[in-house]
Design a protein around this ligand. Structure first.
Ligand code: UT7
Length: 330
Protein backbone atom coordinates (compact mmCIF):
# COMPACT_ATOMS: atom_id res chain seq x y z
CA UNK A 1 0.00 0.00 0.00
CA UNK A 2 1.31 3.44 -0.92
CA UNK A 3 1.23 5.93 1.91
CA UNK A 4 0.30 9.55 1.17
CA UNK A 5 2.26 11.90 3.41
CA UNK A 6 -0.01 14.88 3.92
CA UNK A 7 1.09 18.11 5.59
CA UNK A 8 -1.93 19.39 7.52
CA UNK A 9 -0.35 22.61 8.79
CA UNK A 10 2.81 24.70 8.93
CA UNK A 11 3.99 27.01 11.70
CA UNK A 12 6.98 29.14 12.55
CA UNK A 13 8.26 31.34 15.32
CA UNK A 14 11.11 33.81 15.71
CA UNK A 15 11.91 35.51 19.01
CA UNK A 16 11.16 39.19 19.43
CA UNK A 17 14.69 40.54 19.85
CA UNK A 18 16.38 41.57 16.61
CA UNK A 19 20.13 42.03 16.24
CA UNK A 20 21.03 44.06 13.13
CA UNK A 21 24.35 44.17 11.30
CA UNK A 22 24.80 47.67 12.74
CA UNK A 23 24.38 46.21 16.26
CA UNK A 24 27.07 43.61 15.45
CA UNK A 25 29.49 46.34 14.38
CA UNK A 26 29.54 47.32 18.08
CA UNK A 27 30.36 43.76 19.21
CA UNK A 28 33.03 42.49 16.75
CA UNK A 29 35.17 43.98 13.99
CA UNK A 30 32.74 43.66 11.11
CA UNK A 31 30.52 45.83 8.98
CA UNK A 32 27.14 45.76 7.29
CA UNK A 33 28.74 45.85 3.83
CA UNK A 34 30.83 42.68 4.44
CA UNK A 35 27.95 40.73 5.98
CA UNK A 36 25.45 41.79 3.31
CA UNK A 37 27.64 41.14 0.28
CA UNK A 38 29.13 37.87 1.58
CA UNK A 39 25.94 36.37 3.01
CA UNK A 40 22.79 38.40 2.28
CA UNK A 41 22.05 38.67 6.01
CA UNK A 42 20.81 42.03 7.37
CA UNK A 43 19.53 40.97 10.78
CA UNK A 44 18.82 37.90 12.94
CA UNK A 45 16.48 37.12 15.85
CA UNK A 46 17.88 36.25 19.27
CA UNK A 47 16.05 34.23 21.94
CA UNK A 48 15.24 35.89 25.27
CA UNK A 49 17.27 34.72 28.27
CA UNK A 50 14.40 32.60 29.56
CA UNK A 51 13.61 31.02 26.16
CA UNK A 52 14.90 27.52 25.42
CA UNK A 53 14.68 25.58 22.16
CA UNK A 54 11.55 23.81 23.44
CA UNK A 55 9.76 27.11 24.18
CA UNK A 56 10.21 28.34 20.63
CA UNK A 57 9.26 24.91 19.26
CA UNK A 58 5.95 25.08 21.16
CA UNK A 59 5.10 28.42 19.59
CA UNK A 60 5.73 27.06 16.08
CA UNK A 61 3.86 23.84 16.95
CA UNK A 62 0.78 25.75 18.16
CA UNK A 63 0.58 27.63 14.84
CA UNK A 64 0.95 24.39 12.87
CA UNK A 65 -1.74 22.67 14.99
CA UNK A 66 -4.09 25.62 14.53
CA UNK A 67 -3.57 25.57 10.75
CA UNK A 68 -4.22 21.80 10.79
CA UNK A 69 -7.37 22.31 12.89
CA UNK A 70 -6.01 19.81 15.42
CA UNK A 71 -5.59 19.67 19.16
CA UNK A 72 -2.21 18.78 20.68
CA UNK A 73 -3.91 15.80 22.36
CA UNK A 74 -4.47 14.22 18.95
CA UNK A 75 -0.72 13.92 18.27
CA UNK A 76 0.82 10.44 18.41
CA UNK A 77 4.51 11.33 17.81
CA UNK A 78 6.81 14.33 18.29
CA UNK A 79 9.97 14.37 16.17
CA UNK A 80 12.27 17.27 16.97
CA UNK A 81 15.31 18.31 14.93
CA UNK A 82 17.87 20.46 16.71
CA UNK A 83 21.59 20.82 17.35
CA UNK A 84 20.94 23.21 20.24
CA UNK A 85 18.74 21.02 22.49
CA UNK A 86 17.47 22.16 25.87
CA UNK A 87 19.72 19.56 27.51
CA UNK A 88 21.43 16.20 26.88
CA UNK A 89 18.65 14.46 28.81
CA UNK A 90 15.66 14.68 28.62
CA UNK A 91 15.23 15.11 24.89
CA UNK A 92 13.87 18.40 23.60
CA UNK A 93 10.93 16.47 22.12
CA UNK A 94 9.97 15.33 25.66
CA UNK A 95 10.26 18.94 26.89
CA UNK A 96 8.01 20.09 24.04
CA UNK A 97 5.47 17.44 24.93
CA UNK A 98 5.42 18.55 28.56
CA UNK A 99 5.10 22.23 27.58
CA UNK A 100 2.23 21.43 25.19
CA UNK A 101 0.49 19.85 28.20
CA UNK A 102 0.15 16.39 26.66
CA UNK A 103 1.54 12.94 27.39
CA UNK A 104 1.83 9.43 25.97
CA UNK A 105 3.23 10.30 22.53
CA UNK A 106 6.48 8.82 21.27
CA UNK A 107 9.05 11.64 21.50
CA UNK A 108 12.43 11.65 19.80
CA UNK A 109 15.18 14.11 18.83
CA UNK A 110 16.98 13.92 15.51
CA UNK A 111 20.49 15.40 15.18
CA UNK A 112 21.39 16.40 11.63
CA UNK A 113 22.22 20.11 12.13
CA UNK A 114 20.97 22.21 9.20
CA UNK A 115 19.49 19.17 7.42
CA UNK A 116 17.42 18.54 10.55
CA UNK A 117 14.02 19.29 9.04
CA UNK A 118 14.39 16.82 6.17
CA UNK A 119 15.87 14.19 8.50
CA UNK A 120 12.99 14.70 10.96
CA UNK A 121 10.43 14.55 8.13
CA UNK A 122 11.96 11.35 6.79
CA UNK A 123 11.88 9.82 10.28
CA UNK A 124 8.22 10.81 10.57
CA UNK A 125 7.47 9.24 7.17
CA UNK A 126 8.95 5.99 8.45
CA UNK A 127 6.69 6.06 11.53
CA UNK A 128 3.69 6.74 9.29
CA UNK A 129 4.45 3.64 7.25
CA UNK A 130 4.49 1.61 10.48
CA UNK A 131 1.41 3.32 11.91
CA UNK A 132 -0.80 4.82 9.16
CA UNK A 133 -3.06 6.49 11.74
CA UNK A 134 -0.19 8.44 13.28
CA UNK A 135 -0.47 12.22 13.64
CA UNK A 136 3.04 13.55 13.85
CA UNK A 137 4.43 16.89 14.96
CA UNK A 138 7.68 17.51 13.09
CA UNK A 139 9.35 20.49 14.69
CA UNK A 140 12.81 21.99 14.36
CA UNK A 141 14.13 24.60 16.73
CA UNK A 142 17.45 26.31 17.34
CA UNK A 143 18.85 28.68 19.96
CA UNK A 144 22.20 29.01 18.22
CA UNK A 145 22.93 32.36 19.88
CA UNK A 146 23.80 30.43 23.05
CA UNK A 147 26.44 28.38 21.23
CA UNK A 148 28.19 31.25 19.47
CA UNK A 149 31.51 32.75 20.45
CA UNK A 150 30.56 36.41 20.31
CA UNK A 151 34.25 37.29 19.88
CA UNK A 152 34.52 35.26 16.65
CA UNK A 153 33.37 37.38 13.72
CA UNK A 154 33.64 34.46 11.30
CA UNK A 155 30.69 32.70 12.95
CA UNK A 156 28.69 35.04 15.20
CA UNK A 157 27.39 37.19 12.34
CA UNK A 158 25.89 34.24 10.47
CA UNK A 159 23.35 32.58 12.73
CA UNK A 160 19.97 33.34 14.28
CA UNK A 161 17.33 31.70 16.52
CA UNK A 162 13.96 30.37 15.30
CA UNK A 163 11.64 27.37 15.10
CA UNK A 164 9.50 25.80 12.39
CA UNK A 165 6.88 23.04 12.46
CA UNK A 166 4.70 20.84 10.28
CA UNK A 167 1.94 18.33 11.08
CA UNK A 168 2.28 15.15 9.05
CA UNK A 169 -0.40 12.47 8.67
CA UNK A 170 -1.36 9.94 6.02
CA UNK A 171 -4.21 10.67 3.63
CA UNK A 172 -6.02 9.56 0.50
CA UNK A 173 -4.86 9.86 -3.12
CA UNK A 174 -7.50 12.44 -3.99
CA UNK A 175 -7.01 14.67 -0.97
CA UNK A 176 -6.56 18.36 -1.72
CA UNK A 177 -3.59 19.14 0.55
CA UNK A 178 0.19 19.55 0.34
CA UNK A 179 1.97 16.20 0.28
CA UNK A 180 5.57 15.09 0.61
CA UNK A 181 6.47 13.50 -2.73
CA UNK A 182 9.91 12.24 -1.72
CA UNK A 183 12.98 12.92 0.42
CA UNK A 184 16.52 11.72 -0.16
CA UNK A 185 19.25 12.03 2.48
CA UNK A 186 22.95 11.38 2.88
CA UNK A 187 25.96 12.10 5.06
CA UNK A 188 29.76 11.91 5.22
CA UNK A 189 31.15 11.73 8.76
CA UNK A 190 34.68 12.28 7.44
CA UNK A 191 33.72 15.93 6.91
CA UNK A 192 32.51 16.26 10.51
CA UNK A 193 35.29 18.58 11.63
CA UNK A 194 34.21 21.27 9.18
CA UNK A 195 31.50 22.35 11.64
CA UNK A 196 31.56 21.43 15.31
CA UNK A 197 30.27 22.13 18.79
CA UNK A 198 32.42 19.58 20.60
CA UNK A 199 32.66 20.76 24.20
CA UNK A 200 30.57 18.87 26.73
CA UNK A 201 30.27 15.73 24.58
CA UNK A 202 31.66 12.45 25.88
CA UNK A 203 34.75 12.78 23.66
CA UNK A 204 35.38 16.34 24.87
CA UNK A 205 33.90 16.13 28.35
CA UNK A 206 34.15 18.85 30.96
CA UNK A 207 35.07 18.01 34.54
CA UNK A 208 33.40 19.71 37.46
CA UNK A 209 34.81 23.21 37.88
CA UNK A 210 36.35 23.44 34.35
CA UNK A 211 36.05 26.76 32.61
CA UNK A 212 34.09 26.52 29.36
CA UNK A 213 36.49 26.77 26.41
CA UNK A 214 36.22 27.68 22.71
CA UNK A 215 35.07 24.14 21.96
CA UNK A 216 31.73 24.88 23.64
CA UNK A 217 30.85 27.13 20.66
CA UNK A 218 30.26 26.73 16.93
CA UNK A 219 33.51 26.39 15.00
CA UNK A 220 33.55 26.06 11.25
CA UNK A 221 35.61 26.21 8.08
CA UNK A 222 33.28 28.40 6.08
CA UNK A 223 34.99 28.41 2.70
CA UNK A 224 35.37 24.61 2.64
CA UNK A 225 31.73 24.13 3.70
CA UNK A 226 30.62 26.44 0.91
CA UNK A 227 32.06 24.13 -1.78
CA UNK A 228 30.59 20.93 -0.32
CA UNK A 229 27.26 22.66 0.23
CA UNK A 230 26.74 23.70 -3.38
CA UNK A 231 28.00 20.36 -4.76
CA UNK A 232 25.83 18.19 -2.49
CA UNK A 233 22.68 20.31 -2.66
CA UNK A 234 22.84 20.07 -6.46
CA UNK A 235 23.57 16.32 -6.45
CA UNK A 236 20.72 15.61 -4.04
CA UNK A 237 18.30 17.79 -6.01
CA UNK A 238 19.21 15.95 -9.20
CA UNK A 239 18.68 12.60 -7.47
CA UNK A 240 15.28 13.36 -5.98
CA UNK A 241 13.96 14.86 -9.22
CA UNK A 242 15.27 12.09 -11.45
CA UNK A 243 13.93 9.23 -9.38
CA UNK A 244 10.48 10.81 -9.48
CA UNK A 245 10.54 11.25 -13.25
CA UNK A 246 10.85 15.03 -12.87
CA UNK A 247 13.31 17.59 -14.21
CA UNK A 248 14.46 21.04 -13.15
CA UNK A 249 11.80 22.60 -15.44
CA UNK A 250 9.13 21.04 -13.19
CA UNK A 251 10.30 22.98 -10.12
CA UNK A 252 7.93 25.87 -9.34
CA UNK A 253 9.55 27.07 -6.10
CA UNK A 254 13.04 26.55 -4.67
CA UNK A 255 13.30 26.69 -0.86
CA UNK A 256 16.86 25.71 0.06
CA UNK A 257 18.48 25.73 3.49
CA UNK A 258 19.09 29.41 4.18
CA UNK A 259 22.79 29.61 5.04
CA UNK A 260 24.12 32.15 2.59
CA UNK A 261 22.50 33.97 -0.31
CA UNK A 262 25.53 33.13 -2.49
CA UNK A 263 25.04 29.40 -1.86
CA UNK A 264 21.33 29.67 -2.69
CA UNK A 265 22.14 31.66 -5.82
CA UNK A 266 24.74 29.11 -6.95
CA UNK A 267 22.23 26.24 -6.60
CA UNK A 268 19.49 28.23 -8.38
CA UNK A 269 21.85 29.05 -11.27
CA UNK A 270 22.93 25.43 -11.64
CA UNK A 271 19.26 24.42 -11.88
CA UNK A 272 18.39 27.41 -14.08
CA UNK A 273 15.69 28.44 -11.62
CA UNK A 274 15.01 32.18 -11.97
CA UNK A 275 15.28 34.41 -8.89
CA UNK A 276 11.52 35.03 -8.76
CA UNK A 277 10.97 31.32 -8.06
CA UNK A 278 13.46 31.26 -5.17
CA UNK A 279 12.15 31.94 -1.67
CA UNK A 280 14.84 33.52 0.47
CA UNK A 281 14.31 35.07 3.92
CA UNK A 282 17.94 34.98 5.05
CA UNK A 283 18.09 38.80 5.22
CA UNK A 284 15.61 38.73 8.12
CA UNK A 285 16.70 35.65 10.04
CA UNK A 286 20.28 34.64 9.14
CA UNK A 287 21.08 30.94 9.23
CA UNK A 288 18.68 29.25 11.66
CA UNK A 289 20.04 25.75 10.95
CA UNK A 290 17.38 23.03 11.27
CA UNK A 291 14.66 25.68 11.58
CA UNK A 292 15.49 27.41 8.30
CA UNK A 293 13.55 25.23 5.82
CA UNK A 294 10.24 25.01 7.75
CA UNK A 295 10.54 28.70 8.69
CA UNK A 296 10.88 29.55 4.99
CA UNK A 297 8.15 27.08 3.97
CA UNK A 298 5.74 28.43 6.55
CA UNK A 299 6.44 32.05 5.57
CA UNK A 300 6.17 31.24 1.87
CA UNK A 301 2.75 29.65 2.49
CA UNK A 302 1.56 32.58 4.65
CA UNK A 303 2.73 35.16 2.10
CA UNK A 304 1.09 33.34 -0.80
CA UNK A 305 4.47 32.75 -2.50
CA UNK A 306 3.54 29.10 -2.98
CA UNK A 307 0.44 28.44 -5.08
CA UNK A 308 -1.80 25.40 -5.28
CA UNK A 309 -0.24 22.70 -7.42
CA UNK A 310 3.32 24.07 -7.07
CA UNK A 311 6.22 21.64 -6.81
CA UNK A 312 8.64 22.85 -4.13
CA UNK A 313 12.25 21.63 -4.09
CA UNK A 314 14.13 21.82 -0.76
CA UNK A 315 17.87 21.06 -0.86
CA UNK A 316 19.80 21.16 2.43
CA UNK A 317 23.28 20.63 3.91
CA UNK A 318 24.62 20.86 7.42
CA UNK A 319 27.15 19.83 10.03
CA UNK A 320 27.88 16.15 10.18
CA UNK A 321 28.27 16.48 7.20
CA UNK A 322 24.62 15.84 6.30
CA UNK A 323 22.66 16.68 3.19
CA UNK A 324 19.39 16.01 1.47
CA UNK A 325 16.66 17.18 -0.85
CA UNK A 326 12.90 17.00 -0.50
CA UNK A 327 9.90 17.58 -2.76
CA UNK A 328 6.47 18.81 -1.68
CA UNK A 329 3.53 19.08 -4.08
CA UNK A 330 1.09 21.77 -2.87
O1 UT7 B 1 24.58 25.80 7.64
C1 UT7 B 1 25.94 25.44 7.55
C2 UT7 B 1 26.72 26.51 8.23
N1 UT7 B 1 27.83 27.05 7.54
C3 UT7 B 1 27.80 27.68 6.36
O2 UT7 B 1 26.83 27.73 5.68
C4 UT7 B 1 29.07 28.35 5.92
C5 UT7 B 1 29.25 28.39 4.43
N2 UT7 B 1 30.25 29.38 4.10
C6 UT7 B 1 29.97 30.67 3.93
O3 UT7 B 1 28.82 31.06 3.99
C7 UT7 B 1 31.12 31.62 3.65
O4 UT7 B 1 32.31 30.89 3.46
C8 UT7 B 1 31.33 32.65 4.81
C9 UT7 B 1 30.19 33.67 4.80
C10 UT7 B 1 31.39 31.96 6.15
C11 UT7 B 1 32.62 33.43 4.59
O5 UT7 B 1 32.63 34.02 3.31
P1 UT7 B 1 33.93 33.89 2.39
O6 UT7 B 1 33.68 34.69 1.18
O7 UT7 B 1 34.21 32.43 2.21
O8 UT7 B 1 35.03 34.61 3.27
P2 UT7 B 1 36.38 34.04 3.90
O9 UT7 B 1 36.10 33.13 5.03
O10 UT7 B 1 37.24 33.54 2.79
O11 UT7 B 1 37.00 35.37 4.49
C12 UT7 B 1 37.36 36.47 3.65
C13 UT7 B 1 37.87 37.61 4.51
C14 UT7 B 1 38.95 37.18 5.51
O12 UT7 B 1 39.92 38.19 5.56
P3 UT7 B 1 41.33 38.03 4.79
O13 UT7 B 1 41.95 36.80 5.37
O14 UT7 B 1 40.97 37.87 3.35
O15 UT7 B 1 42.03 39.30 5.11
C15 UT7 B 1 38.21 37.12 6.83
O16 UT7 B 1 39.03 37.36 7.93
O17 UT7 B 1 36.82 38.17 5.30
C16 UT7 B 1 37.22 38.25 6.68
N3 UT7 B 1 36.03 38.11 7.51
C17 UT7 B 1 35.27 39.14 7.92
N4 UT7 B 1 35.35 40.46 7.70
C18 UT7 B 1 34.38 41.23 8.24
C19 UT7 B 1 35.51 36.95 8.01
N5 UT7 B 1 34.40 37.22 8.73
C20 UT7 B 1 34.24 38.58 8.69
C21 UT7 B 1 33.26 39.44 9.23
N6 UT7 B 1 33.39 40.76 8.98
N7 UT7 B 1 32.24 39.00 9.98
Amino acid sequence: MNTNFIIRGFGHYAPEKVLTNADLEKIVETNDEWITTRTGIKQRHIAAEDQAASDMACEAAKHALAQAGMKAEELTHIVCGTFTPDSMVPSTACRIQEKLGIKGQMCVDVAAACSGFLYAMQTARGYLMLEPDAKILVVTTEVISRFLNWEDRTTCVLFGDAAGAAILTSGTDDEDAPRVVDITLGADGKLGDLLTVNGGGSAWAYAKGDVVGDDHFVKMQGREIFKHAVRNMCAMSDKVLTRNGLSKEDVDVLIPHQANWRIIDAVARKFEIPEEKVFCNIAKYGNTSAASVPLALSEAVTEGFIKKGDLVLMPTFGGGFTWGAGLIRF
